[in-house]
Design a protein around this ligand. Structure first.
Ligand SMILES: *[C@@H]1O[C@H](CO)[C@@H](O)[C@H](O)[C@H]1NC(C)=O
Ligand SMILES: *[C@@H]1O[C@H](CO)[C@@H](O)[C@H](O)[C@H]1NC(C)=O
Ligand SMILES: *[C@@H]1O[C@H](CO)[C@@H](O)[C@H](O)[C@H]1NC(C)=O
Length: 206
């Protein structure tokens, strides 16, 4: 693996252990029942790095299944793809399938992000920061699991963006975020299966 000096320094600055194995991410998704609960086919080809800036100290890069205190999740996150996924464009989505509680997810999925038009920078490095050229359809929403709930899963997925995605009107900036279905949305808009992903667990603030 060859990193540009800039990327290497950036990685060295991230305290948390990010995902390093595609098969470990796939296993973590399966252990958390995510492909089945989201009705997605999750056979990732790349790693998605999701990095949350922190008010003080180093940003946190997710490791699939990591539990974070709500205070660490204000975001907005930034993203990189590890591996040669091409230049894009890509769509990043994040959903909570556990709202209001994992036992009774009557308002799930909550859409926590739906952001198009990301392209991959640093084409000669292994880690490609993703840069968006337009605004998110649904901007990032910080996790807010209600008091008394168990931790929720917040799942980030990376898709290739097909040309006709720009014409989709199923979800716009005024569409309610609850009762979203990433599987049916991806099928209807040609996003297909995710090519990468990761997730975090967040419990109600104490
Ligand atoms: C990229 O996304 C961020 C976060 O959603 C947003 O603040 C920013 O305006 C977007 N960039 C462009 C060029 O729209
Ligand atoms: C993506 O960017 C193109 C070119 O700027 C723009 O026309 C299009 O509306 C954007 N797509 C979405 C889904 O926002
Ligand atoms: C989401 O849509 C898929 C079809 O793509 C369906 O099988 C699944 O039951 C739906 N999930 C929910 C939670 O409604």
């Amino acid at each position: 693996m060859r990193f540009s000096p800039v990327v290497f320094l950036a990685l060295a600055g991230f305290a948390a252990a990010q995902d390093t194995s595609i098969s470990a991410v796939k296993q973590a998704f399966e252990a958390a029942n995510i492909p089945s609960d989201l009705s997605i086919n999750f056979d990732p080809r790349f790693l998605l790095e999701v990095t949350l800036p922190q008010p003080t100290g180093h940003p946190i890069t997710l490791h699939a299944g990591v539990q974070l205190p709500r205070d660490s999740t204000a975001g907005p996150p930034f993203f990189s793809v590890v591996g040669d996924a091409g230049s894009g464009p890509f769509v990043v989505a994040a959903v909570d399938p556990d709202a209001p509680t994992p036992q009774m997810p009557t308002s799930a999925q909550i859409r926590h992000l739906l952001a198009p038009n990301f392209s991959a920078a640093f084409p000669f490095a292994e880690v490609h920061p993703l840069v968006n050229s337009t605004a998110a359809i649904s901007p990032y929403r910080q996790p807010t699991p209600p008091a008394g709930s168990d931790a929720h899963r917040y799942i980030f997925l990376l898709f290739r963006q097909p040309a006709n995605f720009n014409e989709q009107t199923l979800v716009t900036s005024s569409t309610p975020v609850q009762l979203f279905n990433i599987s049916s949305f991806a099928a209807a808009t040609g996003l297909g299966d995710p090519i990468a992903g990761t997730f975090m667990l967040v419990a109600p603030a104490a």
